[in-house]
Ligand binder design. Structure first.
Ligand code: FES
Length: 125
């Protein structure tokens, strides 16, 4: 059996939502100390909804595929829904990841949460 699903390979080769949002409303950056990979998520938010999302991931193929899938899953969604996105849901949407690569999908969940929290922090008077 192939180590990576077709969906993982497809999102790795053609990642969606790569890039930077200038004047983003929320930015989340997380890293994994063990592998050294870093993921950064940019959110544009209108009426408590994610109107645009971009990512920069300096990391492995699974991290890139996870970022791509996760950003697709939260685009257009209310913030409350984005906060509920789990790494498990991202992994399932990718038709699975090898066990030693599950932490790559955790980065996506954490980066999104960090970006939403950054937005709430900035909003505070
Ligand atoms: Fe660490 Fe993929 S190996 S994020």
């Amino acid at each position: 059996m192939a180590l990576y699903s077709e969906k993982v390979m497809e999102h790795f080769k053609h990642p969606r939502n790569v890039g930077v949002i200038e004047n983003a409303d929320g930015i989340g950056e997380v890293g994994n100390g063990k592998c050294g990979d870093i993921m950064k998520i940019y959110l544009k938010i209108e009426d408590e909804r994610i109107s645009d999302v971009k990512f920069e991931t300096f990391g492995c193929g699974s991290a890139i595929a996870s970022s791509s899938m996760a950003t697709e899953m939260i685009k257009g969604k209310p913030l409350s829904e984005a906060l509920l996105l789990t790494n498990k849901a991202v992994t399932e949407a990718l038709d699975g990841l090898p066990a030693h690569k599950l932490h790559c999908s955790v980065l996506a969940e954490e980066a999104i949460k960090a970006a939403v929290n950054d937005y709430y922090d900035k909003k505070q008077p």
